[in-house]
Ligand binder design. Sequence first.
Ligand SMILES: Cc1cc2nc3c(=O)[nH]c(=O)nc-3n(C[C@H](O)[C@H](O)[C@H](O)COP(=O)(O)OP(=O)(O)OC[C@H]3O[C@@H](n4cnc5c(N)ncnc54)[C@H](O)[C@@H]3O)c2cc1C
Length: 543
Amino acid sequence: MDNDASWTSWGATRPELNRTARTLLTSALGTLTPQQSAAIENAQLAPSRLPTEAREALVGAVGESSVRDDPIARAEHAGGQSYSDIIGRRRGDTSEAPDAIVVPGSAAEIAEILRICSERRVAVVPWGGGTSVVGGLTPDTGGCAAVVAVDLSRLDRLLSVDHLSRTATFEPGIRTPAAEAALAAHGLSLGHIPQSYERASLGGYVVTRSSGQASSGRGRIDDMVLGLRMATPRGELVLNAMPGSAAGPDLRRLVLGSEGTLGIVTELTLRVRPVPATTQYEAWAAPSWEAGSRIMRRLAQDGPKPDVLRLSDEDETRFSLAMSGTTGAKKRAMDAWLRLRGIKGGCLLVIGFEGSAADVRHRRRGVRRLLRSEKAAPLGAGAGRSWEHNRFSGPYLRDTLLDEGVLAETLETATTWSQLQGLYDAVREALASSLTRDGRAPLVGCHISHVYPAGASLYFTVLAAAQPGGEVEQWAAAKQAANDAIVAAHGTVSHHHAVGTAHRDAVTTDLGGEQLVGVAALRAVKDALDPAGVLNPGKLLPG
Ligand SMILES: Cc1cc2nc3c(=O)[nH]c(=O)nc-3n(C[C@H](O)[C@H](O)[C@H](O)COP(=O)(O)OP(=O)(O)OC[C@H]3O[C@@H](n4cnc5c(N)ncnc54)[C@H](O)[C@@H]3O)c2cc1C
């Protein structure tokens, strides 16, 4: 269970805002109202609705100590890490907490939990690392008598390694640092590194179709899953690890993105690689967003491909530099260096290579040649190291910003290269018009960090002055505007955060169109595997 991290924040660290970052914020957003956080002991909880008989059956399945309905455990599992989830907890409002937390120790216990809950119509929310930012952990009863969170943190082992095939089999609740440490003992690495790396679980990645920072080289999690087991109320779905297969539709793809609505993944076999001998990150400045996007496309389509490839737009570049301490004389020196190369402002471009020394040298030479041909300017290995050092600091910074009274949230989408600029403009416009208040527009930054030959994802960070007491509604209106803009501009409602509740009502286009054929197919699968409808109600499928 998630005892080490505070229930309202990512962790104990609170990065300080330096003077430049603070000035940038207050001059753009105006007066901010600092926010307090409620202590977990003061969380407001409704009484548990779990019927006594159901509780006893669950205790019979997993043991007394693994069924928790104490206020602390319930409050800790009240939602995930979206802005709205965090604001709710900061206010002490955990009225939507699960009625109990069940912590199984084996796949057999999970199967038994699903049997008990299906028979008694108790809803089940599978719980991995608790980092969902789309409402995937909202404890919706879906009309059932009660709702329990099934916390998978005890299922945290590397089960086996197949060196010859370069695969590894894990239990689903293992967190990424533990998985990497276990693999490192075998000289292997998964290399899936999302920003939520410290807390997210491997099972969570698979069912949300996550994408990590090194996706240009390693691919997304979808590309790493070779086999899995999933417990469902109907029985166990076993998909053996295969390098490739033409044996009918690929059911692995049905589990990928299923968000706990079809079953609970109990085991996964993933592709792994030798620990890279060399890693090298460096930063460049692209002359503009347009030139930077072209660089990204050319590298994605024609190579050579770095493993990490990330382009910030002008606004995100400005804020990132301020936050990383590139201020004062340092910033003036950088501006002068860039001006000499014909760049004013510019867009931060980070490239990273992982592999053998010869492979890194070869790819790096080709990438640098292409960057120079597009008039990008090197900012040096120091800037690359600074990115590497700060690559997980975003969520800690968000805690600081929330304390200061800033609405801080992110959203993401993707589309083809030919439609990317239109999508970028549409989302920025939607967020700006929804969040502008008293003539003050929000700060909206964007980056591209997942590229494909056919297109790329756009990841937006939004900062606005939070409306005290109305933060959740303020963001809900902005999110709705962004969802509408994304659908109208031919984007996907999610490139890697999944659907949850946040995108459920906008997902029809992604799931097969207005005639709802795709939605009907998914519903039929759900009805077959989860006939009592207890698995993660209210997520993924449009209501
Ligand atoms: C600060 C921050 C940064 C992030 N950065 C990234 C990023 O870079 N890339 C990215 O892809 N995502 C990112 N995310 C989103 C999030 O980390 C991912 O969606 C992650 O894949 C969720 O993993 P988890 O273990 O925390 O799952 P949870 O949040 O616990 O669960 C997510 C969903 O999956 C279901 N679920 C969990 N485990 C199982 C299981 N074993 N079987 C069936 N259902 C299950 C849950 O019911 C829920 O619906 C970020 C989130 C935060 C808060």
